[in-house]
Write a new protein. Structure first.
Length: 578
């Protein structure tokens, strides 16, 4: 039951079940001191009523039993702590890993439809909520329910009238909480949306801080962030107030049960149908038995809010990951696209593309911005699955190959390089985690990284700032090429690796790329058409259609779109500020 409702692993479900059992036992052991106290009171009062000597042996026995009950509670609490809290933290860790692993296997279309704040909330906030609910809510809530039910049955066996007096207010208190649940759902959703809006605003503010400062937008953008924070605060106050109001109402109602117990008990004692010792027993028990029920009522709104938060994670888990076989080994690296169509949000952006990309040759994708060049390269890497048609490498359709296995045959050099807050050595080693130090150094030398790395304070052990902010664009790009060299994959995809570089860096990176592409199947996305004049094949795209293909000379002879784009670029090279 818990496994599907709370999205638990098998181990987490088992540990939660154990935690509930132990929590129930812990609550029941808390009744033992009251039993001992009642017996002591009876033992002390009995001589006054019956005019008999005090039974000291019985008192010592009760004292020993009290010590044993305290020891038993300590043992049960230790077990409960280990099963509840340790298991909850382990489950939270497993959930984070499982969510991250699932995200890694989802197609990029999923990320295009979800903002980063929502995904971060899934990975961090919702996982923390699971951890909290697993450790502080669910075991206690169900444990309180079971222990209170067992206590109710035992009291009913002793005297059903007094048991009914104790629990008669419980249905009405529970009804108040569940009525509150219906009203809280809307406010809970508003609270969740308000938190996501704050995450969005914080992310936008931090990512755009350079633009904000450059254009003097600090006041305006901070106003948006401040407004989001205030909206979240208002949503939180509304939700907490409503939840607190219903919980407080049910708690006050439960407390009236003690008065009902006294009223019914006095009536029964007056009628002679209940002895005074039983009456005292029920009064003392009623002061204790309401504590777990009140705690249960307090936990319910938090649990209901958790179920709302869980919907976002359930949506993530319902999204089918990209799968495939891991036992397929590629030996031939010809690439064929057969009548491939692909759509973003139901709009076709690649339309009936048919291409053959020969192995060990350089093929360039060119065309105006938005023509589909990058999308086509991502389809070959199976960042998405095609809408129709097929992409074949060697003799295998890539849809049949596990994405991780397929990626092992490819190296990407993107225009935007992502670097980690780690040493330069480890950033290069991303290309091959099993590479030796010498292999890393060799890749760095071939990528023309060695010269700038050795100028850094700790050379290869220099820790980069977030995303390599202390390095220039050319230096970051060369590290990316070093990664690709270290990976040594047979298929290379270059996404405009020299588009934004100064001439000196461009020369260095072109030298590094020459090392990288030797004797490999290479796909180049190019805006600077002069860089691909020696390509074996040039594919020209426009609005998702392949409209021209051939080598440089044949395309120039056609005087088509490629000729037009190349001519315009050549003319623009002579542009200057006059």
């Amino acid at each position: 039951m818990f496994k599907n409702t709370l999205n638990l692993t098998s181990e987490g479900n088992k540990n939660l079940t154990y935690a509930i059992i132990i929590c129930t036992l812990e609550n029941l052991t808390l009744f033992l001191p009251f039993v001992v106290l009642l017996q002591m009171i009876v033992t002390l009062i009995m001589p006054l009523v019956t005019q008999t000597p005090l039974d000291t042996n019985h008192l010592w026995m009760l004292f020993a039993f009290g010590i044993l009950s305290a020891l038993l509670f300590f043992i049960v609490y230790r077990i409960e702590y280990r099963k509840t809290y340790t298991a909850a933290y382990n489950e939270s860790m497993a959930t984070r890993v499982e969510v991250a692993e699932r995200m890694r296997k989802l197609p990029l279309s999923f990320f295009n439809q979800r903002n980063l704040a929502d995904l971060t909330t899934n990975l961090m906030s919702n996982c923390f909520t699971i951890e909290h609910v697993m450790s502080h809510v669910v075991p206690q809530m169900i444990g309180y329910t079971l222990s209170s039910t067992i206590a109710c049955i035992m009291l009913a066996v002793y005297d059903w009238r007094m048991a009914l007096a104790i629990f008669c207010v419980l249905p009405l208190a529970a009804f108040i909480v569940f009525v509150g649940k219906k009203l809280e759902e809307g406010l809970s959703q508003q609270h969740i949306k308000a938190k996501l809006a704050v995450s969005d605003q914080v992310q936008e503010y931090l990512e755009g801080i350079k633009v904000i400062k450059a254009f003097g937008l600090s006041e305006q953008k901070f106003r948006h962030l401040d407004s989001s924070l205030k909206n979240m605060m208002k949503a939180a106050i509304k939700f907490e107030f409503l939840a607190g109001m219903f919980v407080t109402g049910s708690t006050i109602l439960l407390q009236t049960g003690i008065g009902i117990v006294i009223l019914v008990g006095v009536t029964l004692v007056s009628n002679g149908t209940l002895n005074i010792f039983a009456f005292l027993t029920f009064i003392l028990v009623s002061t204790r038995i309401y504590a777990p029920i009140i705690a249960l009522m307090t936990l319910l709104p938090e649990f209901f809010h958790f179920l709302q938060s869980l919907k976002s994670m359930q949506k993530l888990r319902r999204t089918e990951p990209m799968n495939g076989r891991t036992d397929i080994d590629l030996t031939n690296f010809d690439i064929s696209l057969n009548d491939v169509t692909f759509a973003y949000n139901q709009v076709d952006v690649i339309k009936h593309a048919t291409i053959t990309i020969p192995a060990n040759k350089v093929t360039a994708f060119v065309g105006p911005s938005g023509s589909g060049k990058t999308t086509l390269s991502r389809l070959i890497g199976r960042f998405w699955d095609v809408k129709s048609g097929s992409i074949i490498i060697g003799n295998q359709t890539i849809r049949d190959i596990d994405p991780d296995k397929l990626m092992s045959y490819m190296s990407f050099v993107f225009q935007d390089v992502i670097l980690f807050n780690d040493t330069i050595f480890n950033n290069i080693r991303v290309g091959n985690e099993n590479a030796t130090a010498e292999q890393v150094y060799d890749a760095a030398r071939k990528a023309r990284c060695d010269e700038f790395i050795m100028r850094l304070p700790q050379s290869y052990d220099t820790v980069l700032s977030e995303n390599g902010g202390t390095l220039s664009g050319g230096e970051r790009q060369r590290i990316s090429i070093a990664r690709a060299l270290l990976k040594n994959a047979p298929i290379i995809l270059l996404d405009e690796a020299t588009a934004s570089l100064d001439p000196q860096n461009e020369v260095l990176i072109q030298q590094a790329i020459s090392e990288l592409i030797y004797n490999r199947t290479v796909i180049v996305i190019a805006h600077r058409l002069r860089t691909i004049t020696n390509a074996d094949q040039i594919i020209v795209l426009d609005h998702g259609h392949i409209i021209e293909q051939g080598n440089f000379k044949s395309l120039m002879a056609q005087s088509g779109l490629f000729y037009k784009l190349y001519t315009i670029q050549q003319q623009n090279q002579g542009w200057n500020i006059s």
